[in-house]
Ligand binder design. Structure first.
Ligand SMILES: [Zn+2]
Ligand SMILES: [Zn+2]
Length: 132
């Protein structure tokens, strides 16, 4: 089995299971985002996202359960309206053809990615300093 076909199998889901998705290329640009919008949306110190080209991200079920929230001029965030799980955001002016999904909603084991901490200027004071 080639690496490509392993990637073909990568699927994820929300907390309640209504929303499922599949990615068909290797995720790139894995980040732990410490921006205040991610903190608010996730209710957590930071959010971990990875990105794939838009055509490589496909909903398998529950797309009608997603609620969209426009968190800034361009960026739209989507979450499950049943359980509140954050699934994706897109609309970056720098990468208009990419979608970023929440890495922690993946259901399958995958090769670990090197993750970068971004927007550390707004890091919460109660989080231990990240290694990078
Ligand atoms: Zn859900
Ligand atoms: Zn963020």
């Amino acid at each position: 089995m080639s690496n490509a076909s392993v990637i073909d199998c990568l699927q994820g889901s929300c907390l309640c299971g209504a929303v499922t998705y599949q990615i068909s290329s290797r995720p790139k640009a894995v980040t732990h985002c410490h921006c205040t919008m991610c903190q608010k949306q996730h209710g957590a110190a930071f959010a971990t996202y990875a990105s794939v080209p838009k055509p490589d991200f496909r909903y398998l079920s529950g797309e009608d359960r997603l609620t969209s929230f426009r968190s800034s001029n361009r960026v739209t965030r989507k979450f499950c309206s049943v359980c509140g799980a954050n699934i994706e955001w897109h609309g970056s002016s720098d990468y208009p053809d990419w979608v970023s999904f929440t890495l922690a909603t993946l259901d399958m084991p995958f090769t670990s990615y090197k993750a970068k901490h971004v927007h550390l200027a707004s890091k919460v004071c109660w989080l231990d300093q990240p290694a990078s």
